[in-house]
Design a binder for this molecule. Structure first.
Ligand code: SF4
Length: 264
């Protein structure tokens, strides 16, 4: 557990305020976060909603499609994707050839370099979800009731390994089904690392980064998933596009709290 003292809390609150200020210059923050649906999914789950297998398949497939590519074309094609994947119904996905799904996804510009493997992973992954259902009750109970470290280990690399989903994409999938989580991917690690916002320690393992990010969100008084979404928006080229590989520090509201600025 990461300890957070008063000074850290004050800094966390300040960073959160400046982050929103900067994002607000580029996009409607709340509307954009709402369009991702992950915070809303958490609220629904915490109000008692259960998520059927169909929602888990949607969350898993969207996580797959998000890998190594811009998100906006996928966001803009969400209705079309729901059609292509038959509303994410298990029976449809179990009976539709992977080649057909791959061709349809590519036709609307939503593929990535793993899409062929990803589409071929859907049916084996449904079989894994069904195995988990019979072993643990339901997949929904499994992801909601187990410690998140267990869920990520089991689905990302363990007994119930989901093809084409490593631990990072498992975290993305979990956010899609309303589990409070954060995804320390390459962009978040860069923005939050010791040379920029200093939220994460140097050479943090993925698990350490996950917990440090969570502790920071708590210190800032923010919903962990909302903070995750906001940090991602700050760097994403098709959204705020401020803190990418080449950061635009001169125009950034976070300059006063950012180590990148202090180093230059
Ligand atoms: S000041 Fe520069 S490095 Fe820091 S958050 Fe802003 S753009 Fe990123």
């Amino acid at each position: 557990m990461t300890n957070v003292g008063p000074a850290s809390r004050e800094r966390a609150v300040k960073i959160a305020a400046l982050l929103r200020e900067e994002l607000s210059r580029h996009l409607p923050v709340d509307k954009t976060i709402a369009s991702f649906g992950q915070v809303d999914a958490c609220v629904r789950r915490e109000q008692g909603q259960l998520f059927p297998l169909r929602d888990h398949l949607r969350g898993m497939i969207l996580a797959m499609l998000s890998a190594n590519r811009p998100w906006k074309p996928i966001a803009n094609n969400m209705a079309r994707l729901a059609e292509i994947f038959g509303g994410f119904k298990p029976s449809f996905l179990e009976n539709t050839p992977a080649e057909s799904l791959e061709a349809s996804v590519k036709a609307i510009g939503c593929g990535n370099r793993r899409v062929s493997f990803q589409m071929r992973a859907i049916q084996p992954n449904i079989a894994t979800f069904r195995r988990l259902d019979s072993d643990a009750g339901t997949i929904d109970a499994f992801v909601a009731d187990q410690p998140i470290e267990t869920v990520v280990r089991e689905l990302g690399a363990g007994r119930y390994k989901l093809r084409e989903l490593g631990p990072t994409l498992v975290l993305e999938y979990l956010k899609n089904v309303g589990i409070r989580a954060n995804k320390p991917d390459v962009h978040v690690l860069r923005i939050c690392g010791p040379s920029r916002l200093g939220i994460l320690s140097a050479d943090a393992s993925p698990l350490t980064a996950f917990h440090e990010f969570r502790a920071f969100a708590n210190a800032a008084g923010m919903h962990e998933v909302e903070l995750d979404n906001q940090i991602w928006l700050l760097g994403a080229e098709e959204y705020a596009s401020i803190c990418g590989a080449t950061p635009k520090c001169a125009a950034c509201a976070l300059r006063s709290v950012c180590r990148q600025n202090q180093a230059t």
